[in-house]
Design a protein around this ligand. Structure first.
Ligand SMILES: *Cc1c(COP(=O)(O)O)cnc(C)c1O
Length: 435
């Protein structure tokens, strides 16, 4: 399997190169050259397979002999070590809980898988030591930090905006130590991102360190997200109905992996992308015009993105044809008020607690079903974070119902260790070169 740059199909690399490089040399995203097909027979037999086999069969054609099967099996085992349950909320509406990993967001899955791949590549000695630089508004940084914790050939440096992440998020970023360093930047998330971007282009730094990023642009973080779409299908009783996935979306990596799973042969009738008021994609699907607006801060902060990088992959998957894409994907946007209402309603009606991101997935599904003329549809929305992660954003009267103190205590009792820097690039560079 080769991967091509979405801008220029001349750039073709294998799995190893695509993972190490992250972005292609023309600063575009890598995409598989061909999409492997899963047979109808395999789908029919899915109840006979264990989680390991499902994950292995799906990912193997994307990697082939670049990672030996035994190693790939052990990477999968270390990735999928927590439950990913599909639960009925009511009738034919299900929730897929993706938050049972160490940092309570779905990003744990991609981050751990990517860490396993990089660890293997570095042990093989093709690169000795790698530095991962991540700017985070909260969830990415902690998932990457936990994924790579203890992988000695990888040094992780996380930049986060001081005072702008939740208490629990900050503890998850700053209490690990070992090969993880947290830089607390006196500035915004955009400042953090600019420092990282400038460092990637800096020749002096490149001479000293091999830098890699770890966001969903990297195929090793993006592809394994397909696993849980198949695992949801395996758990679903109504396998013959029209299955719809509703995905709360920011950078659109999660949704895009589901769409890739469907192209491989997973029977999915339709996809829905829920967004907050950063609504570039719902507007695009209506008008065919792509024009991002300035990013707004919302309660679902992991989705505060107005120019989603993975959309180019979705666009490519549907041959840059708006009509074809509209047939497979609907998209709706929601305000913070909508989110708070939904959290209250769903708790009152069904005794289920949503987080602000999952709430958008839930509402998007409801919106679609309101207009759908299809009978026999089964809807699955993705719950991408545990509600406790966004405790302070939950309506006050409901906070007492979020009880999972074992999670809280694990992080909250540890001591925060961060290095405080301003948003001045020169200082950051000085620090990075000295370290
Ligand atoms: C990152 C994140 C999202 C958005 O996922 P994308 O793949 O960027 O669309 C949604 N919810 C939570 C909780 C997240 O951390």
């Amino acid at each position: 399997m080769l991967y091509q740059s979405l801008k220029n199909s001349q750039y073709q690399v294998n799995f190893y190169q695509a993972v190490i490089q992250g972005l292609s040399p023309d600063k575009s995203l890598y995409f598989p050259n061909t999409i492997p097909k899963i047979s109808k027979e395999w789908i029919k037999n899915i109840l006979k397979y264990d989680i390991q086999k499902i994950a292995f069969d799906i990912i193997y054609p994307y990697i082939e002999n670049i990672i030996p099967s035994k190693i790939l099996e052990s990477i999968i085992e270390k990735t999928l070590y927590f439950p990913i349950p599909l639960k009925r909320v009511y009738n034919k509406t299900y929730v897929l809980e993706l938050f049972h990993g160490p940092t309570l967001s779905f990003k744990d899955i991609g981050a751990k898988f990517m860490a396993g791949c990089l660890e293997y590549f570095l042990q093989k000695g093709e690169n000795q030591q790698i530095t991962i630089l991540v700017a985070t508004s909260g969830d990415t940084g902690s998932a990457v930090a936990h994924g790579f914790y203890g992988v000695s050939s990888v040094e992780v440096i996380i930049l986060y905006p001081s005072g702008r992440v939740s208490n629990l998020q900050e503890k998850q970023l700053t209490t690990l130590g070992n090969n993880i360093t947290a830089l607390e930047i006196l500035g915004t998330f955009d400042d953090c991102q600019n420092l990282v971007k400038t460092a990637f282009l800096d020749k002096t730094i490149q001479k000293k360190r091999t830098l890699t990023s770890a966001n969903s642009i990297n195929i090793a973080r993006w592809l394994p997200q397909m696993f849980y779409y198949f695992l949801a299908y395996q758990q679903l009783k109504e396998k013959d109905s029209k299955i719809i996935f509703s995905v709360p979306s920011g950078n659109f990596g999660n949704l895009c992996s589901g769409m890739l799973a469907a192209k491989m042969g997973l029977p999915v009738y339709h996809f829905i992308a829920g967004t907050n008021i950063n609504d570039t994609i719902p507007r695009f699907l209506k008008s065919g015009k792509y024009y991002p607006r300035p990013t707004h801060i919302t309660l679902s902060n992991a989705m505060d993105i107005s120019n989603p990088s993975n959309f180019s992959r979705i666009w490519h998957l549907y041959e840059k044809n708006l009509f074809k894409l509209q047939k497979k994907l609907s998209s709706y946007s929601f305000t913070d008020d909508n989110v708070l209402e939904a959290i209250k309603d769903v708790w009152k009606e069904y005794n289920y607690m949503l987080d602000p991101h999952g709430a958008i997935g839930y509402m998007a599904l409801q919106e679609y079903l309101k207009y759908s003329k299809d009978s026999d549809v089964t809807g699955i929305f993705l719950e991408t974070a545990h509600p406790i992660k966004f405790f302070d954003k939950t309506p006050k009267i409901l906070q007492k119902n979020i009880s999972d103190n074992q999670f809280l205590n694990k992080f909250l009792n540890k001591e925060k260790k961060s290095i405080i820097l301003t948003n001045d690039y020169k200082k950051f560079k000085e620090w990075l070169l000295k370290k």
